[in-house]
Design a binder for this molecule. Structure first.
Ligand code: ZN
Length: 201
């Protein structure tokens, strides 16, 4: 166990930063030191932005997106095509698709994909609301943007069966998406090509 180099407040800061995705203990120390050096210009605004966001973030009861309003900004955006619904596993994928800028649709966030190995079953996902929305909102096309993993494709087939009687056209992203690839890691060009070349389920 290495000796602490700073008091408990700073050590705690380093430990918390180390829990962020993509950061280990070494980069956490580097980030903490950067914040400490830039405490007026960066640490103070970051701390207040975090506490402000924390108090306002809500999950959209309609689509499962996160925002500071419910229904969310996307659900209430009248310029979007309300007949196209894009199903994603989580908000990161929604953000990735928005970055690609090809779709002008609304979304439905499942909160994961079916995964027998990890014990994720249909009841753990936001599926009931999906079926209700496709019927109630007169959806003409459901685009399944669930990635090319085994679990993603299993989920896509499960949803296709659920929506079989809905009358909506069910499509999925073209298989240009690398196997096991999460949407968030794709560049915008690859993602928009996969959207344009989507195929019927
Ligand atoms: Zn929403």
């Amino acid at each position: 166990m290495p000796r602490a180099v700073a008091g408990p407040e700073i050590e705690r800061l380093i430990q918390l930063i180390a829990r962020l995705p993509g950061l280990g203990p070494r980069s956490a120390r580097r980030v903490a030191l950067h914040l400490i050096k830039k405490r007026e210009a960066l640490m103070a605004p970051l701390a207040s932005a975090m506490s402000e966001a924390l108090g306002k973030i809500v999950e959209c009861r309609r689509c499962g997106n996160v925002d500071v309003c419910d229904p969310c900004t996307i659900c209430t955006d009248a310029s979007r095509d309300g007949r196209v619904l894009v199903v994603v596993s989580d908000v990161g994928d929604l953000w990735a698709l928005e970055r690609a800028g090809v779709l002008n649709a609304r979304y439905h966030v499942l909160g994961g994909v079916l995964s027998p190995l990890d014990g994720v079953g249909p009841e753990d996902l936001n599926l009931g609301k999906l079926v209700a929305r496709v019927h109630d909102e007169g959806i003409g096309e459901v685009i399944l943007a669930l990635g090319a993993t085994v679990d993603g494709q299993t989920t896509a087939h499960y949803i296709t069966d659920l929506l079989r009687d809905s009358g909506a056209r069910i499509t999925r992203l073209a298989q240009g998406v690398p196997v096991g690839g999460e949407l968030d890691y794709l560049d915008e060009g690859t993602l928009s090509a996969a959207i344009r070349a989507r195929t019927q389920m």
